[in-house]
Design a protein around this ligand. Structure first.
Ligand SMILES: Cc1ncc(COP(=O)(O)O)c(C=O)c1O
Length: 390
């Protein structure tokens, strides 16, 4: 194992899973054209919001059948808006295999308290049995479980002729994985993930079946203004043209537009996916030749290409109580942070202790490559103490 200090450092040490690093070459100059100090209802403000929607459609290749809105409350806002507005018309299945899916389970079971709700939960590293999902129900799921590094492998398990709706939290999948909009009635994500945008704004993409639900079903509970997508029983079409529910940040909008233009410059969706794939492959190849690390995802077909989650395979550590593993992971991350080599790459707080290396498109694959020898170096610094304690 390498114990010498590696010669090369990542040029950019930001490996956080959100907010994710800004796109290569970003500076505050990118925001110069923002419609600051203008009303978001003015011609100039609305044009910026519409541009953000149009560029989202172009880069993500969203079909004309689907509507796109900018909504408050980031991804959580977008998911909850869909859940509170659409669920209750039929049975519900909520799938969870990590922390965010678990939040949508809590929403359905404990907050909305929907009857006929089934929570389908798998442990970290695994997916629930997708073949057992009953699409007579509405199905809520996360395309990529960011805190486990486990994604659904494809869309084959979602039938074209389903009766229920699919509500898909795609926040760490959008701009990194192919999404089949015909299979996804609702898609949500936030700007600060794969595009390295600013937080607090969500995107909600609705297919025709979701719109049909909104126009034919009224929930039994009151809906706060922030969640309302219809007016007099009809879809509020203005929302999908940039007439946001409340006031957005035109600075964040400008930054998102900048990120989308950068996305176009690297080859659009295909280019973005290729960047994530290249970075993730470096990490997975490294793990394959590294005896002290292991991929958390149990099945290779479910490995994420954005939040790559790793756990320690060192026998002394793997057998240790969780607190010791967590302390080791904390020391590991702190050591490389102190070196200025890598920031924010520890596992999510309630995930199995380990490392999470963000490989979304704004991360340079060369920076991921440069980080890898440092992982060996950090392990060489910390593992002697581990052996002594064992
Ligand atoms: C899969 C998933 N869902 C939801 C969220 C919450 O997103 P936000 O903070 O944008 O509401 C995250 C954030 O990391 C996520 O990864």
């Amino acid at each position: 194992m390498t114990t010498a200090v590696p010669a090369v450092r990542p040029a950019n040490p930001n490996f956080s899973s959100g907010p994710c690093t800004k796109r290569p070459g970003w500076s505050l100059d990118a925001l110069k054209g923002a419609a600051l100090g203008r009303s978001h209802r003015s011609k100039a403000g609305k044009a910026k919001l519409k541009e953000a929607i149009d560029l989202t459609r172009e880069v993500l290749e969203v079909p004309a059948t689907h509507r796109i809105a900018i909504v408050p409350g980031s991804d959580t806002g977008a998911v909850e808006m869909a859940m509170w507005s659409m669920l209750g018309a039929r049975g519900v299945e909520v799938l969870a295999w990590e922390s965010f899916g678990a939040i949508w389970v809590t929403d359905a079971v404990k907050q909305l308290r929907l009857p006929n709700t089934k929570a389908v939960v798998a442990e970290f590293g695994k997916l629930p049995d997708l073949a057992a999902v009953d699409f007579e129900n509405d199905v809520v799921f996360t395309f990529n479980g960011t805190t486990a590094g486990v994604r659904v492998p494809n869309h084959d398990w979602i039938p074209a002729d389903r009766a229920g709706l699919t509500i898909c939290d795609a926040t760490s999948a959008a701009f990194a994985m192919e999404l089949d909009y015909d299979k996804l009635d609702v898609v949500t994500f936030s700007w600060q993930k794969v595009m390295g945008g600013e937080a607090a704004h969500g995107i909600l993409i609705l297919g025709p079946r979701a719109v049909e639900r909104l126009e034919s079903f009224t929930p039994a509970w009151p809906l706060p203004k922030l969640f309302r997508m219809t007016k007099n029983g009809k879809l509020d079409e203005g929302l999908f043209e940039g007439e946001t529910i409340n006031t957005p940040s035109l600075l964040c909008v400008e930054d998102y537009i900048d990120a989308l233009n950068w996305a176009k410059s690297v080859g659009g969706l295909k280019g973005l996916i290729a960047r994530s794939n290249a970075s993730a492959k470096s990490v997975y190849d490294f793990v394959a030749r590294t005896p002290w690390l292991k991929v958390l995802a149990a099945d290779d077909a479910t490995r994420s290409n954005t939040g790559v989650c790793l756990v320690f395979a060192d026998p002394a550590l793997a057998a240790a109580p969780l607190e010791r593993q967590a302390a080791f992971a904390k020391d590991f991350v702190a050591l490389l942070e102190k070196q200025g080599v890598a920031f924010d790459f520890g596992a999510y707080r309630d995930a199995p202790p380990g490392l999470r290396i963000w490989c979304g498109a704004t991360v340079e694959p060369s920076d991921v490559e440069a980080l890898l020898p440092w992982l060996d170096w950090a392990y060489a610094q910390l593992s002697p103490a581990l052996a002594k304690a064992a």
